[in-house]
Write a protein that binds this ligand. Structure first.
Ligand code: GLA
Length: 673
């Protein structure tokens, strides 16, 4: 049995709970906490996330008494512990003894104390102290009956420009390139006289007076992600060395640019997401859906964990809007619908002081007699009804490419035809029409297997390695449909322009050569005409594109590129490529993308359902669980539901159609056809 199967058995379905910080409270409060946790159906808490100073108040002096007591208390009450190593917030004594642990920022300024994540991941001293506290915790609690999971550190993220980072960067570069000649080639150091003759000449890329070498900058992004991963692995291996049947993971963030989660995921038993969709943003649930699909995909379709969300408002923005009644439940069900095996929160009890004193909690300042707590109790009850769905997952026929290398290349290295590409935005532009069409979507990296997919969507993949190019090309040749947007396949993995004209990697694939990239002037709008006479507009970007084997699906109707292709259709091997050479207006782009999906033989499983009713399915060999989620404040009447089944939330039989209250939901179990 896998470690995660054992965890699921232990919690009896979905994990429900949150970060618990008893060190902020008097022990008398702990009793009340545990009583209310039971009332809410909490079965797991994440303990000790930032508790380093409470566990080791002075170097080498440990105070475990309080944690012993709380671990016992939780266990006696049937609540499992996701025990955190507290290494995301080093105590003040550590930074006082060793100020070099503080990260230096790109501008040379050193962090001060009073925040969190104030460590240089490459610092041997930080790593030594982190290993020591992790060892102590593992020695003491590995066999405590409450222990169900290890939560390593928290939201890995610091980027540091310290001397120790330079030392570690050089070590990383030696491993990557072997010799300096290869590095000089990879970084094109003949440009601007940057040639290195000794490894010690290489430093982390501080803010330069002019531009930074784009290949060095790119490698620094890769290195930073790997340096953080080294910290995670070191702590993971310590806890594993005591006991290896307990799942180990850390918590990731939404659209987080600075750690390559594809590389991290294999090192964890499950991936876990912290997500705070902004209730003030009407589309935040669509970007949440993408994140959920990404997290399901990071470990090849295995269920993932929603590790943190807010019960209501957060406190880190300028304006922190509450989640109106029903919104928290709907967002929780949405995570489950896309194969989360948990609904967890930051945090259990709202803090009275500190930076996040106004961050909502399962148990808010207003106590148990509050709207939020009542909604939490209701959710805990509903999760039990949904327990049969835990451990199930889904698989799509459409894949969207999402790659950290591509993200860094596009946004972090400067000197490209326009510097305002937003990778997350472009990915969401491609994902949104699929979401609105209720299409199941998986997310892939350029190193993922594409077997079993019918459609691959490639949003602005500027930087992609040869292996990624080969996979995409083979996919089309073998009969797949590739939907690709402009400025793809331009540079190799070292950020060097691919030879023989744009788009170097994909010229044959798209059946066209691009003479120049023509970013548009602000406010420039182009008329585009489709072969069937439909007209649309485009902005922002045009390729000066010359068809080879490709045919024009649409051409520019005005401007200097009038008559040239704006959308290309290329038959390639047994497959097809649809290439967008300009930024089409949203509606036309969405329609074209969905037409290509349909032509590839992929049908939406939920035809006729309005876009704001999100539909998704998870299941196993025997059963499917169909989630219908009404994101609108209006009642959704007569939502077509193909087939019949039982709504697990109400126990009622459903066939043909369902009605959903404003922000309402149905979770229908039906036998797999
Ligand atoms: C993150 C952290 C939590 C908390 C929340 C809310 O996800 O992991 O400790 O700060 O954000 O802001």
């Amino acid at each position: 049995m896998s470690r995660m199967d054992a965890f699921r058995n232990r919690v009896g379905g979905f994990a429900f709970g949150g970060d618990y910080n008893p060190e902020q409270w008097d022990p008398a409060v702990w009793r009340e906490d545990v009583r209310l946790m039971r009332e809410a159906g909490v079965n797991v808490v994440s303990l000790g996330v930032f508790a380093w100073a409470s566990l080791e108040p002075e170097p080498g002096t440990y105070e475990f008494g309080w944690m012993d007591e709380i671990m016992d208390l939780l266990h006696e009450n049937g609540i499992s512990v996701n025990l955190a190593t507290p290494t995301a917030a080093p105590p003040v004594w550590l930074t006082q003894l060793h100020p070099e642990v503080f990260p230096v920022m790109a501008d040379g300024e050193r962090f001060g104390f009073g925040n969190r994540l104030h460590y240089d991941p490459s610092s041997p001293i930080y790593r030594e102290y982190a290993a020591a506290i992790t060892t102590k915790l593992a020695e003491r609690y590995s066999f405590h009956p409450a222990l169900a999971m290890w939560h390593i550190s928290n939201e890995y993220g610091p980027t540091a420009y310290n001397e120790a980072a330079s030392v570690n960067f050089r070590r990383w570069l030696r491993r990557r390139y072997g010799d300096l000649e290869t590095l000089n080639e990879a970084w094109t150091t003949r440009f601007w006289s940057q040639r290195y003759t000794d490894w010690d000449q290489i430093e982390v890329p501080h803010i330069p007076r002019t531009w930074m070498n784009p290949s060095r900058r790119l490698d620094f992004k890769r290195f930073t992600s790997d340096a953080l991963l080294e910290c995670y692995i070191a702590e993971r291996d310590i806890v594993r060395s005591f006991r290896d049947d307990i799942p180990v993971l850390t918590n990731f963030m939404r659209f987080y640019k600075h750690a390559d989660y594809w590389k991290w995921a294999p090192e964890e038993d499950a991936v876990a997401l912290d997500i705070y969709p902004n209730p003030a943003d009407a589309d935040s649930h669509v970007s949440a859906a993408f994140q959920f699909d990404l997290f399901r995909s990071l470990k090849g379709g295995q269920p993932w964990l929603l590790m943190e969300q807010a019960a209501s408002a957060v406190s880190q923005w300028q304006l922190n809007i509450v989640k109106e009644p029903g919104r928290m439940r709907l967002g929780s069900l949405q995570a489950l619908s896309r194969a989360s095996d948990s609904v967890m929160f930051f945090q259990w009890r709202a803090s009275r002081g500190g930076q996040e004193r106004f961050h909502s909690a399962m148990l808010p300042h207003s106590g148990p007699d509050s709207r939020t707590f009542r909604e939490i109790v209701d959710l805990g009850r509903e999760l039990k009804l949904l327990a049969p769905a835990a451990g199930t997952t889904s698989r799509a026929e459409i894949a969207v490419l999402f790659d950290w290398d591509g993200w860094w290349g596009l946004e972090e290295t400067a000197g490209i035809p326009r510097s305002d590409f937003g990778y997350a935005d472009t990915v969401m532009r491609h994902y949104t029409p699929l979401w609105e069409g209720h299409h199941p979507v998986d997310v892939v990296s350029s190193a993922s297997s594409l077997e079993g997919y019918k459609v691959l969507v490639v949003p602005n993949a500027y930087l992609i390695d040869d292996e990624g190019v080969r996979r995409i090309t083979e996919f089309a040749r073998d009969g797949g449909t590739v939907i690709m947007s402009f400025f793809s396949g331009v540079v190799d993995e070292c950020n060097r322009v691919r030879p023989d004209g744009y788009p170097g990697a994909f010229r044959e694939l798209i059946g066209a050569k691009i003479d120049e990239y023509w970013p548009a002037r602000p406010h420039e709008v182009f008329a585009v005409e489709f072969a069937d006479g439909r007209r649309a507009t485009s902005t922002w970007w045009r390729d000066d594109l010359h068809l080879e084997t490709g045919k024009a699906l649409a051409t520019y109707a005005d401007g200097l590129l009038a008559g040239r292709a704006a959308v290309v259709d290329n038959r390639f091997g047994a497959g097809r490529v649809v290439y967008f050479a300009t930024l089409l207006e949203e509606a036309a782009f969405g329609a074209e993308l969905l037409a290509a999906v349909e032509a590839a033989g992929v049908r939406s499983p939920f035809p006729g359902v309005p876009a704001h009713v999100e539909c998704s399915v998870r299941g196993d060999e025997a059963d499917e669980y169909v989630f219908l989620l009404n994101h609108s404040g209006e009642r959704a009447e007569s939502v077509p539901f193909p087939g019949e089944g039982t709504d697990l939330l109400t126990g009622e039989r459903v066939s043909g159609a369902v009605e959903l209250a404003p922000l309402g939901a149905a979770v229908i179990r039906r036998a797999r056809a």
